[in-house]
Design a protein around this ligand. Structure first.
Ligand code: PMV
Length: 341
C-alpha cells in the first residue's frame, strides 16, 4: 500500500425490500435472505477527503452542517472494518454527504449512506493498492456496506438484488449482495414505480438496530425466518412468469409481517401511524373497485411505499394517488422514484 492524501466522491441509491430482512446474528449475518429493488433517484452523494499521516479522526457534514453523532458512528465503523482495509486508520477523514431526498423523510438514508461510504473506501483502496477488477471491488463494497447497515449491501447493485444465502438464488451469500439474474425477471418488473408517501416526519420511536435485537426474544422469530426463506419459492416463480396478482399478495404480506413482528416483540412497538392504515385501506378499496395493480410495501417506519408497474394503467393510478392518498400525508409529501433496469 502507498497511502496518500486523496479526495474521492461516490453516489449510491436507497433500496426497498420485497422480502424483508428483520433479525440478525453476530457480525451482521442476516437471519433470512431478502430481496429488494434499488431505487433510481433517491441517492446519497458523498465526498470523502482523506488526509494521510494525520491522526485518525472522522469529521462528517450532512448537507453542509457538521454532524458529530454521525461522525462518531463512522469512526466506530472504520475501526470495525480495519481487518478488511489495513490502511483505514492511517489518516483523517472529512466526509461531506447529502441526500437527494428530504432529510428525516424516513427513506432509508442508512442504506444509501453506507453504500456511498463503502464505495468511497473502495475507490481509495484502488488508488492505494493499484486497480482491482470492477466486479470484485463492487462485491467488497457490498461486503463493507453490510457491516455498516445490513440492508445497505443491497444498494450497490441496480434492479432486483438478493442478500442472504438461499438455495434458490445462485451465488447468494450472507456476506454480500448479488444481482438477481436478469434472464429470470419478467419484463413487467423492469419498469416499476415506487412513490413514497411521507406519512410522518421525525424520529422513529424504535431504531432498526433495536428492532432487529428484539427478534432474539420474539417467540415467532424462527417461524418468520423460515417463512421468509420459503417465500423465495413463489417469488422466483412470480418474477419469471410476471404473475402480478401473486406478486401483490406476497409483497403486501411481507410488509405486514414485518410490522406484525414489531407488535409481537417484547416490549411491543408500532411504527405505523393512523395515516399508514388509512392509506392501506384506500389502496385495498381502489384495487377492489378498479382491479388496477397499485399496492404497498413498508419499511421500518410509517411511510407507505406505493408500488405500481408502468404498463399502461399508471396514469389512472397516479391520479388516484394525487387526489385520494396525498391528503393523508404530512404537507402533501410524496417522493416519486422508479426502478428501471
Ligand atoms: O439495514 P437495517 O439494519 O437498517 O435494517 C433494515 C430492515 C428493513 O428495512 C426493515 C427491511 C429490509 O430488508 O430492508
Amino acid at each position: 500500500y502507498t497511502v496518500t492524501s486523496q479526495t474521492v466522491s461516490e453516489s449510491c441509491p436507497s433500496n426497498i425490500a420485497l422480502i424483508k430482512y428483520w433479525g440478525k446474528y453476530a457480525d451482521q449475518i442476516p437471519a433470512n435472505p431478502s430481496i429488494s429493488y434499488t431505487l433510481n433517484h433517491c441517492k446519497t452523494n458523498t465526498i470523502l477527503e482523506f488526509l494521510a499521516d494525520q491522526p485518525f479522526s472522522v469529521q462528517t457534514f450532512l448537507s453542509g452542517n457538521e454532524e458529530a453523532k454521525f461522525g462518531e458512528k463512522i469512526e466506530k465503523y472504520f475501526k470495525n472494518i480495519e481487518q478488511y482495509l489495513p490502511w483505514i486508520l492511517k489518516g483523517k477523514y472529512i466526509i461531506k454527504t447529502e441526500n437527494t431526498f428530504p432529510h428525516s423523510s424516513g427513506i432509508a438514508s442508512s442504506a444509501s449512506g453506507f453504500g456511498a461510504i463503502a464505495k468511497c473506501l473502495m475507490a481509495l483502496d484502488e488508488l492505494f493498492s493499484g486497480k482491482g477488477s470492477k466486479e470484485e471491488s463492487l462485491r467488497k463494497a457490498s461486503f463493507l456496506a453490510r457491516l455498516g447497515s445490513g440492508s445497505a449491501c443491497r444498494s450497490l447493485y441496480n434492479g432486483l438484488v438478493v442478500w442472504g444465502s438461499s438455495d434458490l438464488v445462485e451465488g447468494s451469500s450472507d456476506l454480500f449482495a448479488v444481482r438477481y439474474p436478469d434472464e429470470d425477471i419478467h419484463a413487467i418488473f423492469k419498469d416499476f414505480n415506487d412513490w413514497v408517501l411521507l406519512i410522518h416526519e421525525g424520529q422513529k420511536s424504535v431504531s432498526s438496530t433495536v428492532g432487529h435485537g428484539l427478534m432474539n426474544t420474539n417467540p415467532y422469530a424462527e417461524r418468520r425466518f423460515q417463512e421468509a426463506r420459503e417465500n423465495f419459492i413463489p417469488m422466483k416463480e412470480i418474477l419469471k412468469n410476471g404473475d402480478m396478482e401473486r406478486f401483490i399478495t406476497l409483497v403486501e404480506h411481507e410488509a405486514l409481517t414485518l410490522h406484525a413482528m414489531m407488535m409481537m416483540s417484547d416490549p411491543a412497538f408500532i411504527l405505523m401511524k393512523t395515516g399508514t392504515l388509512e392509506v392501506i385501506n384506500k389502496i385495498w378499496d381502489f384495487r377492489k373497485e378498479t382491479g388496477l395493480p397499485l399496492f404497498f410495501t413498508l419499511d421500518a417506519g410509517a411511510n407507505v411505499h406505493l408500488l405500481f408497474p408502468n404498463n399502461g394503467a399508471e396514469e389512472k393510478i397516479k391520479t388516484f394517488i394525487e387526489s385520494e392518498l396525498l391528503p393523508h400525508t404530512q404537507k402533501n409529501g410524496v417522493v416519486k422514484d422508479v426502478m428501471k433496469f
